[in-house]
Unconditional design. Structure first.
Length: 292
């Protein structure tokens, strides 16, 4: 067995897994803040990829600037979408899911009108030639993902833990009634949370764009896997979503190599379901206690 190939497969799976982690973090943050399962998140991921494409490929901005502008613009979209999602978060779960799915389809069709149905390629900023060091081999784009994504996650955690706004967001997520009574604007905190979650999805979309073709339908598959990552890690726990995403990505890569690429998605979901059978609340999820 070629150890170089194995390390490349695992590193590639870890890179894709972190993409799922960024999407899963967005799901978890929005759920904790608004009690909303936002199935439009995949469409936001797609819109972020298109913004990155516009800045990097069409306007020829440097990649770091294109990534930053794409994330900020998508975060602004998320901020204003909070007003649309606000009434949806107050209805029954089934109608909530239908509402967010409908919003995702609307966003996808808007992207279709703006950018057309053609799939676009996104040139890798660091090239395509794998980098090898001893027995270790890794794709340049994976390196970029493994550097940028953890740094972004750390910055968000520092913001949430240390800044006054971050503390207000955490307070609103933990106890909405008490936070509101103390003068914290719940709607503003929700909007900020949705903006951060959308920015994370945009970064994931732009980083994944060189791996996938940029198209209006690119978000659905990643959204499902990001949701599965959030469930696996413990829904509502952003750190759990990170761990769940990495596990899911590695399982997907190993399944494709050792079994079949045709069934890699099914196999990954089956393994995830088996893991959840032993811990239904996810890896870092807390058991639900019903009060009578």
């Amino acid at each position: 067995m070629d150890i170089n190939l194995i390390t490349q497969i695992i590193s590639g799976g870890l890179g894709i897994g972190i993409i799922y982690s960024l999407v899963g973090m967005g799901y978890s943050m929005i759920y904790r803040s608004m009690g909303l399962v936002n199935f439009a998140h995949g469409s936001i991921f797609m819109i972020g990829a298109y913004f990155g494409l516009v800045f990097y490929v069409r306007l020829e901005f440097p990649f770091p600037l294109a990534l930053l502008l794409g994330a900020l613009l998508t975060a602004a979209v998320g901020f204003f979408l909070e007003r649309v999602l606000r009434p949806i978060s107050r209805i029954e779960t089934l109608y909530m899911l239908i509402g967010t799915l409908a919003l995702g389809i609307i966003l996808e069709n808007l992207a279709l009108i703006i950018w057309g149905a053609e799939a676009w390629s996104f040139p890798p900023p660091l090239g395509e030639k794998p980098i090898s060091y001893g027995v270790f081999m890794i794709e340049p784009q994976t390196i970029l993902i493994l550097v940028i994504s953890p740094l972004l996650m750390v910055l968000i955690q520092v913001f949430m833990q240390k800044s006054l706004t971050g503390k207000a967001m955490r307070a609103a997520a933990q106890d909405r009634e008490t936070a509101g009574a103390m003068g914290i604007s719940l709607n503003k905190m929700n909007a900020l949370t949705l903006a951060i979650g959308s920015g994370l999805a945009a970064v994931a979309g732009i980083l994944a764009a060189p791996i996938f073709l940029v198209s209006t339908g690119m978000g659905w598959s990643v959204a499902i896997k990001g949701f599965a990552a959030a469930i696996l890690g413990g829904f509502g726990n952003p750190i759990g979503a990170v761990v769940g995403g990495m596990i899911f990505g590695i399982l997907e890569a190993l399944s494709a190599f050792f079994i079949s690429s045709t069934y890699k998605y099914s196999i990954s979901f089956i393994i995830t379901i088996v893991l959840l059978m032993f811990k239904p609340t996810g890896i870092f999820g807390e058991p639900l206690i019903e009060k009578f």
